[in-house]
Design a protein around this ligand. Structure first.
Ligand code: GLY
Length: 396
């Protein structure tokens, strides 16, 4: 009886866990092409960017100032990279070019997402130096938000804060590292490093989960409070925030080789993985510490971001490379399976069950463009592993 139960247990585990032998990359890309073509047939305006979907054949788009505007052209560039179809290059350029107007924005920290993502890909593919100029100008605008007393870039204007610095902000520092590489001006790099060094003083709890919002006094640079905005509570771990931390610190290590950044990237990843072990489908809830009843709500975008980050991190931690790869593949296998991959007719986005902001009851259990973007990036990294003698190109 014991042996039978044990075998049954193993069988159940094998059934419930995603199979990772190989990921159906070609099928996912074909689906993304079909969905994107259907979206474009209905929504032609290249200053409105696919963000989410509210009903069959009914998209939610954002304008050029939306923080998610860059992900749709980013996804189009991946479609071009995967397929080589000139149609996707044409569409990618069409939706990238209007975002050049954002390179002078100084009221947002999201310029890495909005400008960095589409223009970095445009530059790498076309080598057109005007795209390089846009990247450098966007980095210039981003560092205008740096305050030497705090040592960090300010994430948000307005709201109930004094000088908020959010974990998501780590993601936009890649633009600064790249701007130094593209321009030779080290001030972008120095500000990115200052931001991270100050951030690491307060970002992590003892268990290496992350706080979402650090609020500073801009006069003295002192930390005033550690809060959440999108997580369940100030003391809980918002899963997408944790994924941003893994990703952002892995990128910081890529550019600096600072072992301290790698240490924190690994700790953030290990916390995420440890929590994920409780979920058979390997997709996190929107907040790891929300009460049981609220943890049924998933955030598939956090899985896509973390999977992509782990496929880079694995290259820097030889002793854990296999484990990080396996966890990434388990998340990806779930995202590519029917429970998470949208194959309904009239769908414009791949990934189901993402959550934007459950704290404010917004965008709960919906498709979100950034989940698609990081899924495609992770599949790109999975299909193009770093091999000896080949320099990694993780900023593609
Ligand atoms: N960076 C905004 C978010 O993750 O919701």
């Amino acid at each position: 009886m014991t042996v039978f139960c044990w075998s049954l247990g193993l069988l159940m585990l094998a059934i419930s866990r995603p199979a990772v032998d190989s990921l159906p990359v070609d099928q996912v890309i074909a689906k993304a092409e079909q969905q994107t073509a259907a979206f474009l047939a209905q929504y032609d305006d290249s200053t409105r960017f696919l963000h989410s979907q509210e009903a069959k054949e009914k998209a939610i788009t954002v304008g050029m100032r939306g923080w998610t505007a860059g992900f749709f052209p980013g996804k189009l560039w991946y479609l071009y990279a995967f397929t080589g179809d000139p149609r996707w290059k044409k569409e990618a350029l069409r939706f990238t070019l209007p975002l050049a107007a954002d390179d002078t924005l100084t009221n947002t920290h999201d310029l890495g997402f909005m400008v960095g993502i589409p223009f970095e890909k445009a530059y790498q593919i076309t080598k057109d130096s005007s795209f390089r100029k846009v990247l450098i100008q966007a980095a210039r605008s981003l560092i205008s938000r740096y305050h030497a007393q705090v040592g960090c870039i300010k994430s948000w204007d307005g709201g109930p804060w004094h000088y908020p610095v959010i974990v998501d902000n780590l993601m936009n520092l890649e633009l600064l590292f790249r701007a130094t590489a593209l321009s030779g001006d080290s001030s972008f790099y120095q500000i990115a490093v200052s931001h991270i060094n100050h951030d690491l003083r307060y970002r992590f709890r003892k268990d290496f989960s992350t706080y979402h919002v650090l609020d500073y006094d801009p006069e003295t640079g002192k930390l005033l409070a550690r809060k959440t905005w999108q997580g369940y509570a100030d003391s809980s771990c918002w899963s997408r925030g944790q994924a941003w931390a893994i990703y952002g610190l892995t990128v910081a290590y890529r550019f600096t080789r600072n072992p301290r950044y790698l240490f924190y990237a690994r700790q953030a990843a290990d916390y995420f993985i440890h929590q994920l072990a409780a979920y058979a489908d390997r997709i996190p809830p929107w907040d790891f510490n929300a009460p049981d009843s609220l943890r049924k709500l998933k955030d598939a975008s956090a899985a896509a971001i973390a999977a992509s980050a782990l496929l880079e991190l694995r290259n820097y931690v030889p002793q854990k490379a296999n484990a990080y790869q396996q966890w990434a593949l388990q998340m990806l296998a779930s995202l590519c399976a029917p429970s998470y991959l949208n194959t309904d007719s009239g769908s414009f986005l791949l990934v189901k069950h993402a959550t934007g902001d459950a704290h404010h009851h917004r965008e709960m259990d919906v498709p979100l463009i950034y989940a698609d973007y990081y899924l495609l990036q992770a599949l790109w990294r999975y299909s193009h592993p770093v091999t000896k003698g080949h320099a990694p190109n993780f900023w593609f």
